[in-house]
Design a binder for this molecule. Structure first.
Ligand code: ADP
Ligand code: MG
Length: 474
């Protein structure tokens, strides 16, 4: 993957003019975030950071990522239904990781009482990087799958117009036409609408569990807008509101401010610091209800890094997806090396290998949201500390993916346009709906490309590290 826009990146004056045009177009298209200073209000907004140019992505890898998305939907759904697999996989982790343990407790309580709903809705995003093989070819390798609050499907539908604009200003109309249209929020809303319909109550609402401080509100609004266009009403409430004004009736119907809720869509509740004791109780109430949860607690657990690591173990995909060797092969082709750190010989060996060649590995705790992984010297120090303690089971070790860097220009509010060496991460959005044993929807619904400077090992757009981008298929 060569840089693609080489000479254009050297003309500083032209870059500045293009950047002005691009920023104004981004604002006009609604590529927006609330500001860090006023994250609870839309009085002042700015553009979400983005690349000036789309980044080159091999068409074959883009197609591969789309082709495997329905398989990942099936896999997540299968894991979420296999209580024995979840229990066994997470048993060592929950002894040492309080957050995963609390999620798991809710899962157990719900199973004990009996799951009140037969409809399941999955909205996920599977993320990949392009491993640069020694022979020069790139390979699609999964970083992780997000089964809760997978974001930027709304803004990702608005960025193609911005990159087309930039290329059109340069009279590169043929190139502009190659930028793929993309509308994940529409597809995500289709999934929510299907679940709402199967719930079967015309006046029931969708409850979006929102954070008080939400810079990424326009991303969420894109989905809300799609639903309203289908006459499905969305209310936004915090966990705190659920504790104060949410209740279950005798049939475990969820009532919020007295109104029946058909679907609960979580855009909060994926990090430990989002849960007070009160919020944990609210989460339990929602899980016990017969509203469709997106995701339900089992599906959230299916997205943990520990589960991801166990899925790569020989025979596990075959056990979860019996009689589907082609599906299994497509999935496995995207797996990077993943290693358990549970106590024992296998974990000891993984630690020894990571200590011997730290640049080849990443150490991951059971966390979401970016900025939690450890690399290089930090990883070495952590491993040395954890080595002899059972706490190490709350982490996994992963092979570090090394994409080939390329040049692009990053645009951020308040900063001058910056030409830097970058790497990208491709996400594919997946949607599925299951009713009882029947899968009534299984789709891929669009993509997200995020790009960041190579000096940042970790972190996404929300963490202020990566910026929005579009694949330019080559
Ligand atoms: P989170 O749940 O916090 O998003 P991720 O597993 O997605 O955790 O890791 C966060 C970021 O760290 C990714 O967006 C990617 O930039 C980087 N990263 C994660 N795993 C790897 C890996 N195996 N190789 C290279 N970079 C990685
Ligand atoms: Mg991630």
């Amino acid at each position: 993957m060569a840089t693609g826009w080489g000479s254009l990146l050297q003309d500083e004056q032209q870059l500045e003019e293009l950047a002005r045009q691009a920023v104004d177009r981004a604002l006009a298209e609604g590529v927006l975030l609330r500001t860090a200073r006023e994250p609870s209000s839309s009085n002042v907004v700015s553009y979400a950071p983005f690349t000036l140019f789309p980044s080159l992505v091999p068409t074959a890898l883009l197609e591969q990522a789309y082709a495997v998305q329905m398989d990942f939907n099936l896999l997540v759904d299968a894991v979420s239904q296999d209580a024995a697999f979840l229990e066994q996989t997470l048993s060592s982790t929950i002894k040492r990781d309080d957050y995963t343990a609390r999620l798991f407790d809710i899962h157990k309580q719900v199973l004990k009482e009996g799951v009140a709903q037969t409809v399941f809705l999955g909205l996920n995003r599977s993320d990949y990087m392009f491993q640069h093989n020694t022979d020069g070819s790139p390979a699609l390798k999964q970083i992780e799958i997000n089964t809760i609050s997978a974001s930027f499907g709304g803004l990702a539908s608005r960025t193609p117009a911005v990159h087309r604009h930039v290329l059109n200003v340069l009279s590169k109309t043929k190139e502009a036409a190659k930028i793929l249209s993309n509308n994940p929020s529409k597809g995500l809303a289709l999934g929510i609408a299907k679940a709402w319909e199967l719930y079967g109550s015309a006046n029931a609402l969708v409850l979006l569990i929102a954070q008080e401080k939400e810079r990424n509100i326009f991303d969420q609004r894109a989905i809300e807008n799609e639903l309203l266009a289908k006459n499905i009403h969305v209310i936004r409430r915090r966990f705190e509101d659920v504790s104060e004004k949410g209740s279950l009736d005798q049939d475990r119907r969820l009532l919020m401010d007295g109104q029946e809720v058909a679907v609960v869509y979580f855009r909060d509740g994926y990090m430990p610091n989002q849960y007070s004791q009160q919020n944990w109780e609210a989460r339990l109430l929602l899980e016990r209800s017969c509203a469709v949860k997106c995701p339900d607690i089992a599906t959230q657990l299916a997205g943990t890094k520990k589960v991801q690591q166990e899925l790569s173990r020989v025979g596990v995909l075959e056990m979860l997806l019996p009689g589907q060797p082609e599906t299994v092969a497509r999935l496995r082709a995207t797996f990077a090396g993943l290693y358990s750190l549970d106590m024992g010989a296998e974990g000891d060996q993984a630690i020894a290998e990571a200590l011997a060649a730290p640049s080849r590995f990443v150490l991951k705790p059971q966390r979401e949201g970016g900025g939690n992984n450890l690399y290089g010297e930090e990883m070495v120090q952590a491993l040395q500390q954890l080595k002899d303690s059972e706490e190490r089971a709350s982490y996994i070790l992963m092979e570090k993916i090394e994409p080939e860097p390329f040049g692009n220009c990053l645009l951020r509010p308040g900063s001058p346009a910056q030409v830097v060496q970058c790497i990208s991460e491709l996400g594919i959005f997946g949607v599925y709906v299951r009713q009882g044993k029947t899968l009534v929807m299984n789709k891929h619904v669009g993509h997200l490309l995020r790009t960041k400077a190579i000096e940042h090992a970790d972190g996404g757009v929300a963490a202020g590290v990566a910026v929005l981008d579009n694949p330019y298929p080559v």
